[in-house]
Ligand binder design. Structure first.
Ligand code: ADP
Ligand code: MG
Length: 586
């Protein structure tokens, strides 16, 4: 094929594809523009997950009448003017590509006015073409309405997920910006209903309450503000030689199955960065179970010259000039806060108030005991690194085992035909319950228990849309959930294996799974997994010899005793040969 330059309309649709992946991308660019325009009150309305309509209204500086069409031109920006400016970006936008990209794949109406003008401007574009441009009365500020996203790019339209999923992306986005800018007031309206609203009083804690719920917010630890505490709330960080970290992090009792609740801001820009998640994981090492992730809202401030934000069209990826330095600073600040403030949890959980989105409550231990616990935890990690001990091979069936006892209220020690076995009691029980529930579910015989008094659960407004489509699905697993008006739901029956106290945690995790957009039909395994995990006995529970024997007997009956849904080894096998070698007999 001969080489030719693409017609501008095709080229701009390709370029738009890089910025506008889904409705949440549009919301992101419009919110960033409102923040850059100095708005203090930002209102976001969406219809049908944002595909039908996204409207962002702000009280910012507005756009002058004669400049309005220019805002929709390629590379048109008021934020930078020279190459040098790229190295000192303090605004969220700088590429001058967002409005063009959005306009190329939707129908856009803009109402805007700078305060000094008597009337404002109305501008309408369809598929990137201006179709109306005239003076129009409006209050100072800007209102941009984006309708029928991807109406002219059917391929993209097909890739959109369900309305609930697309909405939940927007809820996450607005929540993130509300946390990054507690001094701004954010209002999110979904299909005409108030979904999220922050006060703009400048207190990050108050925003955390709105986003995660009171119960969870109360369990977060504030990263101790250092001498630059004034940075913590409100102001844009001034350039400085050092990297500063502040925010709120989970106490070790508060962890989730995914990293979705780890939120990072660099110079108040919401970014994703694996190394920061890794720094968190390192800081929590030995304090939370493997495969679980702490909740965290972290702000990092640094000299703009030390971070490149021009890495990807969506501006969500950044490159640090000194990645190791940033990693170390984050890890240190987090670790310092946990060790300094966190009450160490005992593994057994106390029933929490029935609020989904609420995390397990910790039990406070005296300091001496806390130190001892930590020392043991650290020693445990060191143990597991000894080369001679291997995790058990992937045999299909467990050999007959003779239970010898329990170690650290966590592991069952048993003897088999070829050496010793250390079995994680929680993982083992989880496996048993999982297989049991799976059989029951497949044969539609899940045993459920009716509660004497129905449980009442209060959802956060942003969670309601997630639960509704799952209610029916959950009946097959033993749940009977009915709406009780507003954000309240009644639970009348629960799976027989589950205890009432565990229900809020389970509902919270199910909602998290739903927010990841798991199609209901294929999420049976995940649902079973969540129920099994929360029903299983915990580490820290003393077992009598008989109970331990019964557990091992049931484990022997499972089809895959060596598999744990979380990918951790459920048992460690020390073969007779390894023992002999270690004792120098061979
Ligand atoms: P960028 O944000 O990278 O400059 P955009 O395409 O997002 O590029 O916006 C282009 C320009 O339009 C901005 O530089 C700004 O001058 C103007 N603009 C966009 N949205 C707003 C708004 N809400 N209020 C005031 N000006 C705006
Ligand atoms: Mg912009």
């Amino acid at each position: 094929m001969p080489i030719k330059v693409l017609p501008p309309q095709v080229a701009s649709k390709i370029a738009a594809g890089e910025v506008v992946e889904r409705p949440a991308s549009v919301a992101k660019e419009l919110i960033e523009n409102a923040i850059d325009a100095g708005a203090t009150d930002i209102r976001i309305e969406i219809k049908q997950g944002g595909q039908r309509l996204i409207r962002v209204s702000d009280d910012g500086c507005g756009i002058a009448h004669e400049e309005a069409p220019l805002a929709f031109e390629h590379h048109a920006t008021s934020k930078i003017s020279s190459e040098e400016d790229l190295a000192r970006i303090t605004t969220l936008g700088f590429r001058g590509e967002a409005l063009t990209s959005i306009a190329a794949v939707s129908q856009v109406t803009m109402l805007t006015r700078v305060e000094s003008e008597a009337a404002g401007t109305l501008l309408r574009l369809e598929g990137g073409e201006v179709v109306r441009y005239e003076p129009h009365g409006t209050r100072p500020g800007t209102v941009i309405t984006v309708e029928n996203l991807f109406y002219n790019t059917p391929a993209r339209l097909k890739f959109l997920r369900t309305e609930a999923t697309e909405s939940s992306h927007i809820v996450k986005l607005v929540s993130a910006y509300a946390m990054a800018y507690p001094e701004l007031r954010f209002t999110l309206i979904g299909n005409g209903r108030l979904t999220l609203q922050t006060s703009g009083n400048g207190k990050l804690y108050d925003v955390l309450v709105k986003v995660f719920g009171l119960e969870a917010a109360q369990q977060m630890l504030e990263i101790e503000p250092d001498e630059h505490a004034s940075l913590a709330e409100g102001s844009v960080p001034p350039p400085g030689p050092k990297t500063k970290v502040w925010g709120h992090i989970a106490s070790p009792s508060l962890h989730r199955s995914t990293r979705t609740n780890q939120i990072f801001f660099v110079n108040r820009r919401w970014i994703k960065d694996r190394s920061l998640s890794y720094a968190l994981a390192e800081a929590y090492r030995t304090l939370i179970p493997t495969g679980r992730h702490p909740v965290a809202v972290l702000n990092i401030a640094m000299n703009p010259a030390d971070v490149d934000v021009n890495v990807h069209p969506t501006k969500r990826e950044v490159r640090f000039r000194d990645p190791r330095g940033v990693f170390a600073t984050v890890q240190r600040a987090v670790r310092h806060t946990i060790i300094g403030q966190a009450p160490v949890t005992t593994m057994s959980s106390r029933p929490a108030a029935v609020v989904p989105g609420a995390w397990r409550r910790q039990q406070r231990l005296p300091v001496g005991q806390r130190r001892a616990e930590m020392a043991m935890e650290i020693q445990r990690t060191a143990d597991t690194e000894i080369g001679a001990i291997s995790s058990a091979p992937m045999l299909e069936q467990l050999p007959m085992l003779r239970v010898l006892g329990q170690v650290r209220q966590m592991y069952i020690i048993a003897e088999g035909p070829d050496g010793l076995y250390l079995i994680d009691q929680h993982a083992a029980h989880e496996r048993i319950l999982f297989e049991h529930l799976k059989t029951e579910q497949a044969t539609m015989t899940v045993s459920s228990q009716a509660l004497l008094e129905p449980l009442t659960i209060e959802l956060l407004p942003q969670q309601r849309g997630l639960l509704e489509p799952w209610i029916e699905h959950l009946t097959a697993f033993g749940f009977d959930i009915t709406p009780f008006g507003g954000d309240t739901y009644l639970i009348r029956t629960i799976p027989a294996a589950l205890s009432t106290a565990q229900v809020p945690e389970v509902i919270a995790e199910l909602l998290e799974a739903a927010s990841e957009g798991l199609p209901v039909a294929t999420s049976a395994e995940r649902t079973l997994d969540i129920i099994a995990c929360h029903s299983a006995i915990r580490a820290g529970q003393t077992l009598t010899l008989d109970e331990a024997r019964e557990l091992i007997r049931q484990l022997e009956e499972t089809t895959s005793p060596y598999t744990c849904p979380h990918g951790r080894p459920p048992m460690i096998h020390l073969s007779a040969a390894q023992l002999e070698k270690s004792f120098g007999r061979r």
